[in-house]
Ligand binder design. Structure first.
Ligand code: SAM
Length: 209
């Protein structure tokens, strides 16, 4: 067992993610996932809403999720995806050390997870290892706001307490730079604003290869 669980955060995030779906976040998930094909790795499955937005080109899913309560909350969406004929394997592991062979997957989804992994560089090195050459990383992450903005100031203000309130989330991760450091080309990544909700704005969306 990987040994990471925040049951209270799971309850809160499940409600927030469900409300987000009803408010239109599902469309963003669909847009982020559109380039995914073949065997898809989902890093940090959470309550599993991404499973409801898989493009037809995805044939199977390997999902990494170290939290037992999150895996339990994803159960209905895992069952629904399997009922649609998609093979879904859920693995209790951390992104920093994935029990997956080299070049195993055709695409990877990073959705609201790089804020939470303990070691971003180790996690992205693992993503690079398991993604086949030419594969695509689909990205949908809340990230560090530009310096000098009120959003950035709000991120600084809450930084000492936010990880304890939000299951280990760091609201100011520079995920674009981390992807570049890991050797990915981020030319197709865009900084967008879904809503100016501090401290979890702006959002980085697009693909890295
Ligand atoms: C904020 S939730 C996002 C879930 C989902 N990707 C989504 O978009 O709704 C972050 C998830 O990442 C998981 N997580 C935390 N640390 C992780 C790690 N080191 N490796 C993989 N997953 C991790 C958490 O348990 C949680 O389910």
């Amino acid at each position: 067992m990987a040994g990471h669980d925040h049951p209270f955060f799971t309850l809160v995030y499940r409600a927030v993610a469900g409300a987000g779906e009803r408010a239109g976040l599902g469309e963003l998930r669909e847009r982020a996932l559109a380039p995914a094909t073949g065997r898809l790795l989902i890093v940090g499955l959470g309550p599993g809403h991404d499973l409801d937005h898989l493009p037809d080109a995805v044939t199977s899913v390997i999902a990494i999720e170290p939290s037992a309560s999150m895996r339990a909350s994803a159960a209905p969406r895992i069952d629904a995806a399997r009922a649609r004929g998609i093979d879904v394997e859920v693995i209790d592991a951390f992104a920093e050390s994935m029990p997956i062979p080299d070049d195993r997957v055709d695409s990877v989804l990073l959705a609201y997870v790089m804020c939470t992994v303990a070691d971003v560089d180790a996690a992205l090195a693992e993503v690079r290892r398991v993604l086949r050459p030419g594969g695509v990383v689909c990205v949908m992450e809340h990230v560090r706001a530009p310096e000098g903005t009120w959003l950035r100031r709000s991120q600084r203000l809450v930084a000492p307490v936010w990880p304890r309130l939000a299951g280990g989330c760091h609201a100011d991760r520079d995920t674009r730079s981390a992807l570049t450091r890991a050797g990915f080309d981020g030319a197709n990544l865009r900084d967008i604003t879904i809503t100016n909700l501090p401290p979890v704005a702006p959002t980085l969306v697009g693909t890295a290869r």
